[in-house]
Design a binder for this molecule. Structure first.
Ligand code: ZN
Ligand code: ZN
Length: 371
Protein backbone atom coordinates (compact mmCIF):
# COMPACT_ATOMS: atom_id res chain seq x y z
CA UNK A 1 0.00 0.00 0.00
CA UNK A 2 2.97 2.29 0.51
CA UNK A 3 3.42 5.42 2.56
CA UNK A 4 0.23 7.49 2.34
CA UNK A 5 2.16 10.71 2.95
CA UNK A 6 3.96 10.31 -0.38
CA UNK A 7 2.54 9.77 -3.89
CA UNK A 8 2.98 6.13 -4.90
CA UNK A 9 4.68 6.86 -8.24
CA UNK A 10 6.65 3.62 -8.29
CA UNK A 11 3.51 1.53 -7.79
CA UNK A 12 1.62 3.58 -10.38
CA UNK A 13 4.39 3.03 -12.95
CA UNK A 14 4.37 -0.69 -12.14
CA UNK A 15 0.63 -0.83 -12.79
CA UNK A 16 1.03 1.12 -16.03
CA UNK A 17 3.63 -1.44 -17.10
CA UNK A 18 1.27 -4.30 -16.24
CA UNK A 19 -1.16 -2.61 -18.64
CA UNK A 20 1.51 -2.58 -21.35
CA UNK A 21 2.15 -6.29 -20.90
CA UNK A 22 -1.56 -7.08 -21.01
CA UNK A 23 -1.94 -5.05 -24.20
CA UNK A 24 1.21 -6.62 -25.72
CA UNK A 25 2.65 -3.15 -26.13
CA UNK A 26 6.44 -2.74 -26.01
CA UNK A 27 6.13 0.95 -25.09
CA UNK A 28 3.64 3.68 -24.31
CA UNK A 29 4.04 7.38 -25.10
CA UNK A 30 2.10 9.30 -22.45
CA UNK A 31 1.28 12.84 -23.60
CA UNK A 32 -1.69 13.86 -21.43
CA UNK A 33 -0.19 16.31 -18.91
CA UNK A 34 -2.19 15.05 -15.89
CA UNK A 35 -1.36 11.43 -16.73
CA UNK A 36 2.32 12.39 -16.66
CA UNK A 37 1.81 14.16 -13.32
CA UNK A 38 0.03 11.08 -11.97
CA UNK A 39 2.80 8.70 -13.02
CA UNK A 40 5.90 10.62 -11.99
CA UNK A 41 5.00 13.95 -10.36
CA UNK A 42 6.12 16.19 -13.23
CA UNK A 43 3.84 19.19 -13.66
CA UNK A 44 4.43 21.06 -16.88
CA UNK A 45 2.34 22.27 -19.77
CA UNK A 46 4.22 20.05 -22.18
CA UNK A 47 6.28 16.91 -22.02
CA UNK A 48 6.18 13.27 -23.10
CA UNK A 49 6.69 10.27 -20.90
CA UNK A 50 7.97 7.14 -22.61
CA UNK A 51 7.39 3.90 -20.74
CA UNK A 52 8.99 0.60 -21.68
CA UNK A 53 9.18 -2.54 -19.54
CA UNK A 54 12.43 -1.35 -17.98
CA UNK A 55 12.77 2.37 -18.66
CA UNK A 56 10.88 5.56 -17.81
CA UNK A 57 12.01 8.56 -19.84
CA UNK A 58 10.60 12.05 -19.51
CA UNK A 59 11.09 14.19 -22.61
CA UNK A 60 10.92 17.90 -21.81
CA UNK A 61 12.12 21.09 -23.41
CA UNK A 62 14.66 23.53 -22.07
CA UNK A 63 12.13 25.31 -19.83
CA UNK A 64 11.67 22.18 -17.76
CA UNK A 65 14.70 19.95 -18.24
CA UNK A 66 16.90 21.24 -15.43
CA UNK A 67 13.94 21.63 -13.06
CA UNK A 68 12.87 18.07 -13.85
CA UNK A 69 16.36 16.76 -13.19
CA UNK A 70 16.60 18.73 -9.96
CA UNK A 71 13.14 17.56 -8.90
CA UNK A 72 14.12 14.02 -9.64
CA UNK A 73 17.13 14.41 -7.39
CA UNK A 74 15.24 16.16 -4.62
CA UNK A 75 12.58 13.46 -4.43
CA UNK A 76 9.77 15.76 -5.62
CA UNK A 77 9.59 13.67 -8.75
CA UNK A 78 10.01 9.97 -9.28
CA UNK A 79 13.64 9.22 -10.20
CA UNK A 80 13.40 8.85 -13.96
CA UNK A 81 15.56 9.56 -16.96
CA UNK A 82 15.14 13.10 -18.27
CA UNK A 83 15.78 13.73 -21.96
CA UNK A 84 16.01 17.38 -23.04
CA UNK A 85 14.54 18.32 -26.40
CA UNK A 86 17.23 19.92 -28.52
CA UNK A 87 15.11 21.00 -31.50
CA UNK A 88 11.58 19.51 -31.70
CA UNK A 89 9.51 17.11 -29.62
CA UNK A 90 8.86 14.69 -32.52
CA UNK A 91 12.59 14.36 -33.24
CA UNK A 92 13.33 13.92 -29.53
CA UNK A 93 10.64 11.24 -29.32
CA UNK A 94 12.10 9.48 -32.35
CA UNK A 95 15.57 9.53 -30.78
CA UNK A 96 14.30 8.16 -27.47
CA UNK A 97 12.25 5.41 -29.13
CA UNK A 98 15.25 4.44 -31.29
CA UNK A 99 17.41 4.31 -28.16
CA UNK A 100 14.97 1.96 -26.43
CA UNK A 101 14.91 -0.23 -29.53
CA UNK A 102 11.13 -0.71 -29.62
CA UNK A 103 9.39 -1.40 -32.93
CA UNK A 104 5.94 -0.32 -31.73
CA UNK A 105 4.59 2.14 -29.20
CA UNK A 106 1.13 2.99 -27.92
CA UNK A 107 -0.15 6.54 -27.99
CA UNK A 108 -3.08 8.14 -26.15
CA UNK A 109 -5.77 8.37 -28.83
CA UNK A 110 -7.90 10.79 -26.83
CA UNK A 111 -5.07 13.32 -26.62
CA UNK A 112 -2.90 12.97 -29.74
CA UNK A 113 -4.35 14.67 -32.81
CA UNK A 114 -4.20 13.08 -36.24
CA UNK A 115 -1.79 15.88 -37.25
CA UNK A 116 0.56 15.19 -34.32
CA UNK A 117 0.50 11.47 -35.00
CA UNK A 118 1.45 12.15 -38.62
CA UNK A 119 4.46 14.17 -37.50
CA UNK A 120 5.56 11.48 -35.02
CA UNK A 121 5.19 8.83 -37.67
CA UNK A 122 7.29 10.84 -40.14
CA UNK A 123 10.00 11.41 -37.50
CA UNK A 124 10.08 7.75 -36.44
CA UNK A 125 9.29 5.74 -39.61
CA UNK A 126 10.58 2.52 -38.04
CA UNK A 127 8.03 2.61 -35.21
CA UNK A 128 4.42 1.47 -35.51
CA UNK A 129 2.20 3.69 -33.39
CA UNK A 130 -0.84 1.97 -31.90
CA UNK A 131 -3.87 3.76 -30.50
CA UNK A 132 -4.63 3.13 -26.83
CA UNK A 133 -7.62 4.35 -24.88
CA UNK A 134 -7.79 5.16 -21.19
CA UNK A 135 -4.66 3.15 -20.24
CA UNK A 136 -3.67 5.60 -17.52
CA UNK A 137 -7.15 7.04 -16.86
CA UNK A 138 -8.29 3.55 -15.78
CA UNK A 139 -5.49 3.46 -13.21
CA UNK A 140 -6.29 7.00 -12.06
CA UNK A 141 -9.90 6.02 -11.40
CA UNK A 142 -8.84 3.85 -8.46
CA UNK A 143 -7.24 6.02 -5.84
CA UNK A 144 -4.24 4.94 -3.79
CA UNK A 145 -3.78 5.67 -0.10
CA UNK A 146 -2.04 8.98 -0.74
CA UNK A 147 -4.87 10.22 -2.93
CA UNK A 148 -7.56 9.03 -0.53
CA UNK A 149 -5.94 10.97 2.31
CA UNK A 150 -6.06 14.16 0.21
CA UNK A 151 -9.61 13.59 -1.06
CA UNK A 152 -10.89 12.91 2.50
CA UNK A 153 -9.32 16.16 3.64
CA UNK A 154 -10.79 18.02 0.66
CA UNK A 155 -14.24 16.66 1.57
CA UNK A 156 -13.87 17.82 5.17
CA UNK A 157 -12.70 21.29 4.17
CA UNK A 158 -15.48 21.66 1.59
CA UNK A 159 -18.02 20.70 4.24
CA UNK A 160 -16.59 23.44 6.46
CA UNK A 161 -16.99 25.97 3.67
CA UNK A 162 -20.60 24.79 3.26
CA UNK A 163 -21.38 25.67 6.88
CA UNK A 164 -20.54 29.30 6.03
CA UNK A 165 -23.22 29.49 3.33
CA UNK A 166 -25.85 30.53 5.88
CA UNK A 167 -24.10 33.84 6.43
CA UNK A 168 -23.67 34.67 2.73
CA UNK A 169 -26.95 33.56 1.16
CA UNK A 170 -29.80 35.99 1.79
CA UNK A 171 -32.44 38.06 0.02
CA UNK A 172 -31.10 41.15 -1.75
CA UNK A 173 -27.59 39.87 -2.36
CA UNK A 174 -26.38 39.24 -5.89
CA UNK A 175 -25.39 35.78 -7.14
CA UNK A 176 -21.93 37.15 -7.98
CA UNK A 177 -21.42 38.45 -4.42
CA UNK A 178 -22.30 35.07 -2.91
CA UNK A 179 -19.94 33.33 -5.38
CA UNK A 180 -17.14 35.70 -4.35
CA UNK A 181 -17.76 34.87 -0.68
CA UNK A 182 -17.55 31.16 -1.46
CA UNK A 183 -14.33 31.62 -3.45
CA UNK A 184 -12.79 33.58 -0.56
CA UNK A 185 -13.78 30.85 1.89
CA UNK A 186 -12.28 28.15 -0.36
CA UNK A 187 -8.98 29.99 -0.29
CA UNK A 188 -9.08 30.51 3.49
CA UNK A 189 -9.89 26.82 3.97
CA UNK A 190 -6.61 25.94 2.25
CA UNK A 191 -7.63 25.19 -1.32
CA UNK A 192 -5.15 26.57 -3.85
CA UNK A 193 -7.97 27.62 -6.22
CA UNK A 194 -11.58 26.77 -7.08
CA UNK A 195 -11.73 23.44 -8.90
CA UNK A 196 -14.17 25.01 -11.41
CA UNK A 197 -16.08 28.30 -11.68
CA UNK A 198 -18.36 28.48 -8.64
CA UNK A 199 -22.07 28.21 -9.45
CA UNK A 200 -24.63 30.33 -7.62
CA UNK A 201 -27.92 30.02 -9.51
CA UNK A 202 -31.08 31.53 -8.08
CA UNK A 203 -34.76 31.51 -9.03
CA UNK A 204 -35.22 30.98 -12.78
CA UNK A 205 -31.43 30.66 -13.23
CA UNK A 206 -31.41 27.56 -11.02
CA UNK A 207 -33.25 25.69 -13.80
CA UNK A 208 -29.96 25.63 -15.74
CA UNK A 209 -27.47 23.13 -14.30
CA UNK A 210 -24.34 25.04 -15.34
CA UNK A 211 -25.56 28.62 -14.88
CA UNK A 212 -22.81 31.15 -14.16
CA UNK A 213 -23.34 33.70 -11.37
CA UNK A 214 -25.02 36.89 -12.58
CA UNK A 215 -25.94 40.25 -11.07
CA UNK A 216 -29.38 38.91 -10.20
CA UNK A 217 -30.38 39.59 -6.60
CA UNK A 218 -31.78 36.72 -4.53
CA UNK A 219 -35.46 37.21 -3.78
CA UNK A 220 -38.28 35.60 -1.83
CA UNK A 221 -39.45 32.33 -3.31
CA UNK A 222 -36.10 31.51 -4.99
CA UNK A 223 -34.47 28.13 -4.96
CA UNK A 224 -30.69 28.65 -4.92
CA UNK A 225 -28.21 26.07 -6.21
CA UNK A 226 -24.69 26.50 -4.79
CA UNK A 227 -22.13 24.25 -6.50
CA UNK A 228 -18.48 24.75 -5.66
CA UNK A 229 -15.22 22.89 -5.30
CA UNK A 230 -11.58 23.42 -4.54
CA UNK A 231 -8.22 22.10 -5.58
CA UNK A 232 -6.20 20.60 -2.73
CA UNK A 233 -2.69 19.28 -3.40
CA UNK A 234 -3.74 18.92 -7.04
CA UNK A 235 -6.99 17.02 -6.29
CA UNK A 236 -10.56 18.24 -6.75
CA UNK A 237 -13.47 18.30 -4.31
CA UNK A 238 -16.99 19.12 -5.55
CA UNK A 239 -20.12 19.88 -3.50
CA UNK A 240 -23.65 21.20 -4.12
CA UNK A 241 -26.09 22.46 -1.49
CA UNK A 242 -29.51 24.11 -1.72
CA UNK A 243 -31.08 27.17 -0.18
CA UNK A 244 -34.56 28.63 -0.32
CA UNK A 245 -35.22 32.34 0.11
CA UNK A 246 -38.20 33.09 2.36
CA UNK A 247 -41.08 30.78 1.54
CA UNK A 248 -40.60 28.47 -1.40
CA UNK A 249 -43.63 27.00 -3.17
CA UNK A 250 -44.99 23.53 -2.32
CA UNK A 251 -43.88 22.36 -5.79
CA UNK A 252 -40.34 23.58 -5.07
CA UNK A 253 -40.41 21.61 -1.80
CA UNK A 254 -41.59 18.49 -3.67
CA UNK A 255 -38.76 18.94 -6.15
CA UNK A 256 -36.25 19.19 -3.30
CA UNK A 257 -37.72 16.13 -1.53
CA UNK A 258 -37.58 14.12 -4.78
CA UNK A 259 -33.90 14.98 -5.37
CA UNK A 260 -33.04 14.20 -1.77
CA UNK A 261 -34.71 10.81 -2.08
CA UNK A 262 -32.94 10.17 -5.40
CA UNK A 263 -29.62 11.08 -3.76
CA UNK A 264 -30.27 8.62 -0.91
CA UNK A 265 -31.27 5.88 -3.37
CA UNK A 266 -28.10 6.40 -5.42
CA UNK A 267 -25.95 6.28 -2.26
CA UNK A 268 -27.60 3.01 -1.22
CA UNK A 269 -26.87 1.51 -4.65
CA UNK A 270 -23.12 2.17 -4.54
CA UNK A 271 -20.65 -0.56 -3.73
CA UNK A 272 -17.73 -2.40 -5.24
CA UNK A 273 -18.78 -4.32 -8.37
CA UNK A 274 -22.06 -2.60 -9.28
CA UNK A 275 -22.53 -1.10 -12.70
CA UNK A 276 -22.11 2.67 -12.63
CA UNK A 277 -25.20 2.90 -14.86
CA UNK A 278 -27.32 1.13 -12.24
CA UNK A 279 -26.54 3.85 -9.66
CA UNK A 280 -27.68 6.44 -12.20
CA UNK A 281 -30.78 4.36 -12.94
CA UNK A 282 -31.71 4.33 -9.24
CA UNK A 283 -31.66 8.13 -9.06
CA UNK A 284 -33.70 8.38 -12.28
CA UNK A 285 -36.22 5.83 -11.04
CA UNK A 286 -36.94 7.91 -7.93
CA UNK A 287 -37.13 11.24 -9.78
CA UNK A 288 -39.42 9.72 -12.39
CA UNK A 289 -41.68 8.16 -9.74
CA UNK A 290 -41.95 11.60 -8.11
CA UNK A 291 -43.05 13.14 -11.42
CA UNK A 292 -39.78 14.95 -12.21
CA UNK A 293 -38.36 12.51 -14.75
CA UNK A 294 -38.66 15.13 -17.47
CA UNK A 295 -36.38 17.45 -15.50
CA UNK A 296 -33.30 15.21 -15.49
CA UNK A 297 -30.58 16.97 -17.49
CA UNK A 298 -27.34 15.30 -16.44
CA UNK A 299 -25.69 12.13 -15.21
CA UNK A 300 -25.90 11.22 -11.52
CA UNK A 301 -22.19 11.52 -10.91
CA UNK A 302 -18.60 11.54 -12.12
CA UNK A 303 -15.21 10.48 -10.88
CA UNK A 304 -13.05 12.97 -8.99
CA UNK A 305 -9.30 13.21 -8.80
CA UNK A 306 -6.67 15.26 -10.58
CA UNK A 307 -9.59 16.39 -12.77
CA UNK A 308 -13.01 17.46 -11.60
CA UNK A 309 -14.63 15.20 -14.19
CA UNK A 310 -12.86 11.91 -14.74
CA UNK A 311 -13.68 8.19 -14.82
CA UNK A 312 -16.01 6.64 -13.78
CA UNK A 313 -19.08 8.21 -15.32
CA UNK A 314 -22.31 7.50 -13.44
CA UNK A 315 -24.72 8.00 -16.32
CA UNK A 316 -27.01 5.92 -18.51
CA UNK A 317 -25.41 2.77 -19.94
CA UNK A 318 -23.59 3.37 -23.20
CA UNK A 319 -23.91 0.78 -25.97
CA UNK A 320 -21.21 -1.87 -25.78
CA UNK A 321 -19.68 -0.46 -22.63
CA UNK A 322 -20.11 -1.68 -19.07
CA UNK A 323 -18.43 0.41 -16.43
CA UNK A 324 -18.33 -1.07 -12.94
CA UNK A 325 -17.59 0.76 -9.74
CA UNK A 326 -14.61 -0.56 -7.83
CA UNK A 327 -13.47 -0.10 -4.25
CA UNK A 328 -11.07 2.85 -4.17
CA UNK A 329 -12.92 4.92 -6.75
CA UNK A 330 -13.92 8.42 -5.65
CA UNK A 331 -16.93 9.93 -7.34
CA UNK A 332 -19.71 12.41 -6.89
CA UNK A 333 -23.37 11.59 -6.38
CA UNK A 334 -25.30 14.56 -7.71
CA UNK A 335 -28.81 13.86 -8.92
CA UNK A 336 -30.71 16.94 -9.99
CA UNK A 337 -33.97 17.94 -11.61
CA UNK A 338 -34.74 21.22 -13.36
CA UNK A 339 -38.07 22.75 -14.21
CA UNK A 340 -38.22 25.84 -16.42
CA UNK A 341 -40.01 28.61 -14.54
CA UNK A 342 -39.86 26.83 -11.18
CA UNK A 343 -36.12 26.32 -10.79
CA UNK A 344 -33.77 23.46 -10.15
CA UNK A 345 -32.48 21.32 -7.32
CA UNK A 346 -29.22 19.41 -7.13
CA UNK A 347 -27.53 17.78 -4.14
CA UNK A 348 -23.95 16.69 -4.57
CA UNK A 349 -21.56 14.75 -2.38
CA UNK A 350 -18.19 13.12 -2.85
CA UNK A 351 -17.92 9.44 -1.95
CA UNK A 352 -15.27 6.75 -1.76
CA UNK A 353 -16.50 3.40 -3.09
CA UNK A 354 -15.86 0.55 -0.64
CA UNK A 355 -16.51 -3.21 -0.65
CA UNK A 356 -19.64 -2.83 1.45
CA UNK A 357 -20.97 0.46 0.09
CA UNK A 358 -19.39 3.86 0.27
CA UNK A 359 -17.81 6.38 2.60
CA UNK A 360 -19.31 9.86 2.22
CA UNK A 361 -16.45 12.39 2.24
CA UNK A 362 -18.62 15.51 2.41
CA UNK A 363 -20.70 15.45 5.56
CA UNK A 364 -22.30 18.94 5.49
CA UNK A 365 -26.07 18.82 6.05
CA UNK A 366 -28.15 18.28 2.90
CA UNK A 367 -31.20 20.12 4.23
CA UNK A 368 -32.92 22.78 2.16
CA UNK A 369 -31.91 25.82 4.19
CA UNK A 370 -34.56 28.48 4.29
CA UNK A 371 -33.14 31.95 4.93
ZN1 ZN B 1 -20.45 20.23 -8.53
ZN1 ZN C 1 -19.91 17.47 -9.95
Amino acid sequence: MGDPSHPGWGRRLDRAREGLTQGHLPALVVSTPLNITYLCGFRGSSGLLVLTPDRTILIVDGRYASAARAGSLAGGLFPIEVYAVSDTYPRALATVLADTGVAAAGFEAAQVTVATLGVWQAAAPGVTFRATEGQIERLRAIKDDHEIVILRRAGKLLSQVATGLRSWVRAGRREREVAADINGALERAGFSEPAFPTIVASGPNSAHPHARPTDRRLEAGDLVVLDFGGLLDGYCGDLTRMFGIGQVSPTAWSLYEAVREAHAAALRAIRDGVEAASVDAEARRVLTACGFGGGILHATGHGLGLEVHEAPRLGPAQPGRTERLQAGMVCTIEPGAYVEGLGGVRLEDDVLVTNEGCEVLTEASRDLFIV
